[in-house]
Design a protein around this ligand. Sequence first.
Ligand code: PNW
Length: 484
Amino acid sequence: MSCPLRFPPGFLWGAATSAYQVEGAAREGGRTPSIWDTFSHTPGKVAGGDTGDVAVDHFHRRHEDLELMAALGLGAYRFSVSWPRVQPTGRGPAVQRGLDFYRRLVDGLLARGIRPVLTLYHWDLPQELEADIHGGSASGGGWPHRDTAQRFADYAAIVAEALGDRVEWWTTLNEPWCSAFLGYGSGVHAPGRSDPVAALRAAHHLNLAHGLAAQALRAALPARGQVMISLNPAAVRARSDAPEDLEAQRRIDALATRIFTGPLLRGAYPADLLADTAHLTDWSFVRDGDLTVIKHPLDALGINYYTPTVVSAGTDNAPPPRHDGHGASMHSPWPGADRVAFHQPPGDRTAMGWSVDPTGLYDLLMRMHREAPGLPLYITENGAAYEDRPDAEGAVHDPERIAYLHAHLAAAHRALAEGADLRGYFLWSLMDNFEWAYGYGKRFGAVHVDFTTQARTPKASAHWYANVARTNELPALSPGVAAP
Ligand code: PNW
């Protein structure tokens, strides 16, 4: 690769966070608990007993964080709205104080020329909907319960009516795979259930929730409103070309990616997925008309990518490297795929133990470009955790993160050069935050946060990224920053 690599004019350079991971203020302004409050307060679920009660106190440091984004020259900020902050219990009228926080945040972004990209759901379901007493369904509440999809559409309408005049870019769901299969399958994410059928039901109802919310957004937003979804499609590789390894790859690809892209892009669940899971469920929870709702035309597709997934046939099922939260679950997040083994490819790893492989990002972009021709793509998350520590002067040198970002941006550039309609990139994350089942032990930020004082310090990678955003090009790696 010859550097610098120029990106197309208008390429969007952003950074991302999510509500539960950064806001804190968990009991303020009428906010009720989400499933992540309940889960993180349950002993043994999150490393170190960490919770998002305070997180990085973004709720109270909005102004400081806006100034930080402006100083980094960000073109866009991807954040999520906390459902239980704006609609406690997940039903009924909105709480004005909750909406006010996001209105001020958005106005602060617009005043600084930063495009707000709003995600409606980044995993913080109101706890009352999980423990739903209204549904009376045998499978309990939450996403396995069909009514949750309708509740989500109502919530989407509330937020769109409040902020639709100033936010153009709307994402319905972030990574529904994690919500369904880590939340209800392996149980390493909230609400911590382990039931393969509940996970499949959840996946369908998340798809349905996306479609119903997309309709609600179209109805409430001005014509310029843009509707997208962020998926974490897996870059699945077979360990060999042996037929049984390719079969393992096919199964995991169906459960990780095509279970979402099938209905979203083509209006159908893949036949092989239905066959692979037929011993578990007849999928009768998919009702007439659902697939038409789900296939609602998207304005863009968000792709979140961190690491590839390498599989083979086998049962030597060490906890899958990419899919185990802390306190590795005994339960698989892959319903019906009992004879698949997961492998850690050789080479560099991040502090998550995730292997560094930018080709996986290139492969996914080219795949989505082929499967959804003409659909603009955004990388809505990409980044890495490393064990960053401030030096004696308080500076944080994170050459591994710079190398990681450099390699992945080069892969994105290669996809662009080969025709992928990639419009922007969001670094995960703007700042260190609550990393779900890992608590505060894993730092993904471009900005370092001292979790005691809440002091923010841009790492070397933040300065490096600001320069990429300013120049719209990827420079050669400077000496001392080893390419991964
Ligand atoms: C994504 N997995 O989470 C989320 O969208 C972010 O909120 C999160 O902080 C980031 O990636 C880093 O983890 C994931 O096990 C969590 O496959 C777990 C998995 C994938 C994504």
